[in-house]
Design a protein around this ligand. Structure first.
Ligand code: FES
Ligand code: FES
Length: 163
């Protein structure tokens, strides 16, 4: 089957991509746009490393076809901040040493970002429930949860300013 062109918004920029019918969103982001912050671990929806945000929802990009992203707004970890302008979650992860190898980190950051945009007052139990779908094999979840709790005030302030 011939490749198709899809049109989507990635990290605030309009993008057009030529993709095969079987190309996953993860592979399109990594291979076509070189957004390699989206990591691939299990490639079958279990580890959460590939999580990106699609129209506000945390989505496993290894389970979504690129064709299904037509017209959507996608945010990857690169859209949460950069080395010179870290976002509130990235700052909190650095402060709390909430990563070691960093393989799981992009997926946890995007998952937590989607959560705090919707629920800036999420409590520890809710945060633990949400990040339980993201597997971290080396840090342990204490600093990760502490960092997400710490970032809540920035999201609450943002939500208050937008209200
Ligand atoms: Fe997508 Fe593991 S790579 S959930
Ligand atoms: Fe290594 Fe989470 S920091 S897997």
């Amino acid at each position: 089957m011939a490749p198709s062109t899809i049109h989507l918004t990635v990290n605030g920029s309009a993008r057009s991509l030529s993709v095969d019918a079987r190309t996953t969103l993860a592979d399109a982001l990594r291979g076509k746009l070189r957004l390699t912050g989206t990591h691939l671990g299990c490639e079958h929806g279990v580890c959460g490393a590939c999580t990106v945000i699609v129209d506000g929802a945390a989505v496993r990009s290894c389970l979504m076809l690129a064709l299904q992203a037509e017209g959507y707004e996608v945010t990857t970890v690169e859209g949460l901040g950069d080395a010179d302008h870290l976002g509130p979650l990235q700052l909190a992860f650095r402060k709390h040493h909430a990563l070691q190898c960093g393989f799981c980190t992009p997926g946890i950051l995007t998952t937590a970002h989607a959560l705090l945009l919707e629920e800036p007052d999420a409590d520890e139990a809710r945060i633990r429930e949400v990040v339980s779908g993201n597997l971290c094999r080396c840090t342990g979840y204490l600093p990760i949860v502490a960092a997400i709790l710490d970032a809540r005030s920035a999201y609450a302030a943002q939500a208050g300013a937008a209200a």
